[in-house]
Design a protein around this ligand. Structure first.
Ligand code: MEV
Length: 310
């Protein structure tokens, strides 16, 4: 492996956060997921450093540095090059909120560091290294979050085939953020334990979520509303034990205020919920805020990982 010492060039890359529309947790067991990139991004700026690697960031959870360090190591291995780095991270995505901050950090780091070292990774390779980063840090992870951070838009993810199908869908969603930080790793582990103890009960729930996700893909492709399917998906996530009282209150309040459907999004345990609100948007946002959540419009971003002017 060659050691590079030249100091000067700077590279910046950014990647979007995400909301999972359908299929979280079940996707860890091979079922499909539907996921959308949002217009909140993580920016990672890198430069060669002379004697040691430094990471600075506005991330509140320094745990995300584990993703950065692993992503850097995988790029070094892939390119058979290495150097000390100055890494500067700026994120608009709340950390540990189920909005894909760690995947966006990993994928943006991979693009920035590979470009700094004059590597040419394809999007497929970036998504793959991003997934390996999450697998290493979390123990178990589907390719959902790192695929959407790489490609952007709305994707139907088939994890076993690592196949990502682009879906064109208008999704007038509102996000409700509980402000409660939680660990994806712990929530995925809790579901694993529940399934281990009750396989005959939990396996059909997981397959049921998979069926909902397949049906949602078809309805979205036909331009139909998927609110009802979101409601059923939320019920099954509650059964898996990953909702909280606050999340479920916000979900019910949003429906009562006129959302066609609502569910938690991401790993659960706090974090965020989403409501599909083609009309009654301000009433739905108010209802969500009445449950001690911050609400914001979710704008789908078609832009996956990309280079920025450093
Ligand atoms: C986390 O954003 C989604 C989960 O399904 C975990 C994963 O897909 O790796 C809970």
């Amino acid at each position: 492996m060659s050691v590079i010492s030249q100091v000067s060039k700077k590279v910046e890359a950014s990647a979007p956060g995400k909301i999972i529309l359908f299929g979280e947790h079940a996707v860890v067991y091979g079922e499909p997921s539907l996921v959308a990139a949002i217009d909140k991004r993580v920016r990672v700026k890198v430069a060669r450093a002379s004697n040691k690697t430094r990471i600075r960031s506005n991330l509140s959870v320094k745990d995300d540095y584990r993703y950065v360090k692993k992503a850097v190591e995988l790029v070094f291995d892939n390119l058979s090059k290495k150097c000390h780095l100055d890494i500067d991270i700026k994120s608009e995505i709340p950390v540990a909120a189920g909005l894909g901050s760690s995947a966006a950090v990993s994928v943006a780091t991979i693009l920035a560091v590979s470009k700094l070292l004059d590597g040419e990774l394809t999007k497929k390779e970036i998504a793959e290294l991003g997934h390996r980063t999450e697998l290493y840090v979390q123990g178990a992870a589907s390719p959902t979050d790192t695929a959407i951070a790489t490609y952007g838009g709305v994707l139907y993810v088939q994890p076993k085939k690592k196949k990502y199908t682009r879906i064109n869908a208008a999704l007038p969603l509102i996000i409700g953020y509980t402000g409660i930080e939680r660990s994806t790793k712990v929530l995925v582990e809790n579901v694993r334990l529940l399934r281990e103890k009750n396989p005959a009960i939990v396996d059909p729930l997981i397959r049921g979520i998979g069926r909902i996700t397949k049906e949602a893909k078809m309805r979205l492709q036909r331009g139909e509303d998927v609110g009802e399917l979101m409601n059923i998906n939320h019920g099954l996530l509650e059964a898996l034990g990953v909702s909280t009282e606050q999340l479920s209150r916000a979900v019910h309040a949003a429906r009562q205020a006129g959302a066609t459907g609502a569910k938690l999004t991401g790993a659960g345990g706090g974090g965020c919920m989403i409501a599909l609100a083609p009309s009654n948007r301000s009433a739905v946002a108010e209802a969500i805020e009445g449950c001690n959540c911050r609400s914001f419009d979710s704008i789908i971003s078609t832009k996956g990982v990309r280079l920025e002017d450093a």
